[in-house]
Design a protein around this ligand. Structure first.
Ligand code: F6R
Length: 242
């Protein structure tokens, strides 16, 4: 894994954008794997600014998101579908029918997982953007998830519910179940960009890079990927220095 440690969140976002721009400029039909959460917001803001200022077009780009809360509809402000529209899709020229995400309201969860897995198999990602959970999860693949997993439903770890509570009024409102892309599907992307910022990610980053490659720390699977770049700020990378 290539490791880039930069000063702060803004620099992480700059570097991530540089790599994203290279992919999209090199291939106007690129397929992007995208993440929600706080970490990629700076990257998305730069994609929007670049679209507005330089006309970089996403009209032929396709996107597939990592995960979605179960039981939360796409027009609910807490859904990841809504998050993506608000923070990126509504502000660039991507066609919404080309931007895919699991349907949190699917009545048959198994059928929805199968549908999404088939979709992913037919749209290999040129680049996958990832954040990392403080417990080492990627997407909602919590510790213990098999490396060969495909799209599935998951009970969120207590630590994930706590981490995500900051975005809800009350911790009781945080959904406990989600749909997530599996680890084997994440690994299929041609290039992976994992972003980590803030001191609360330092242990997970250290474990991912220096610990064992183990299903107990899902992000460690990325060490097996031929083209994975970690971009982190000094706080998240602090334990890598010694
Ligand atoms: C989001 C996702 C999660 C987040 C991770 C970090 O789609 O799949 O794995 O990337 O929980 O979240 P933030 O960026 O909010 O710290």
């Amino acid at each position: 894994m290539k490791i880039i440690i930069v000063k702060d969140y803004e620099k992480v976002s700059d570097k991530a954008f540089e790599i994203m721009k290279e992919v999209v400029s090199g291939n106007p039909e690129a397929v992007l794997g995208l993440a929600t959460g706080t970490t990629p917001l700076g990257l998305y803001a730069r994609m929007i600014a670049d679209h507005e200022e330089n006309g970089t077009s996403y009209a032929r780009v396709k996107a597939a998101n990592l995960d979605e809360y179960a039981g939360v509809g796409k027009d609910n402000p807490n859904s990841y579908a809504y998050f993506m529209r608000k923070n990126l899709f509504d502000k660039i020229d991507i066609k919404l029918e080309n931007a895919h995400i699991e349907n949190g309201m699917a009545l048959n969860a198994d059928a929805e997982c199968k549908r999404y897995a088939e979709l992913l198999a037919n749209m290999p990602r040129d680049i996958q953007v990832l954040g990392i959970g403080s417990n080492g999860h990627i997407a909602f693949n919590e510790p213990g998830t098999p490396f060969d997993s495909v799209t599935h439903t998951v009970e969120l770890a207590e630590s994930t519910v706590r981490d995500n509570a900051r975005l809800f009024d009350r911790i009781e409102d945080v959904p406990r179940k989600a749909f997530t892309m599996g680890l084997s599907e994440i690994m299929q992307a041609k290039k992976i960009l994992i972003l980590a910022t803030g001191a609360n990610k330092a242990d997970a980053v250290y474990g991912m890079i220096r610990g064992e490659v183990t299903e107990q720390l899902p992000a460690s699977v990325l060490r097996k990927h031929p083209d994975c770049v970690l971009i982190c700020d000094e706080a998240a990378g602090s334990r890598l220095k010694n």
